[in-house]
Design a protein around this ligand. Structure first.
Ligand code: FES
Length: 116
């Protein structure tokens, strides 16, 4: 499934997704780029990006409760680390993608797999 791909930080295509003003500390932004649903977080001044697709049942995960770096899927309660996409609890058992993020001036950029 396309949502479960990975992006190598060295070869990814970096796409501007927000300005730093749009993403103050503690905020998140949900967006779609070419059919790929993403969630970008600012946690204590560092930006992270995950696919907004839960690996349990493909539900949106990013509107769930965030505790430190751990997000809870609002559908059935699986937990993931937004830094890495690593699954932390059932009912999900598969990691979700976490994409590299860069800041260039006031632009927040997410690295996506290069188009084939
Ligand atoms: S869809 Fe996320 S835990 Fe079920």
């Amino acid at each position: 499934m396309a949502y479960y791909d990975k992006a190598d930080p060295a070869t990814a295509d970096y796409v501007a997704v927000a300005t730093t003003d749009e993403l103050p500390n503690g905020s998140r932004k949900l967006l779609e780029i070419d059919g790929r649903v993403l969630a970008v977080f600012n946690i204590a001044g560092t930006y992270y990006c995950i696919a907004d697709v839960c690996s349990h049942d493909d539900g949106p995960v990013a509107e769930g409760e965030l505790q430190d770096h751990e997000i809870e899927c609002p559908r059935h309660g699986a937990h993931f680390d937004v830094r890495t996409g690593k699954v932390l609890s059932f009912p999900a058992i598969v990691d979700i993608p976490a994409y590299p993020v860069r800041v260039d001036g006031e632009q927040v950029l997410v690295g996506l797999p290069p188009a084939e």
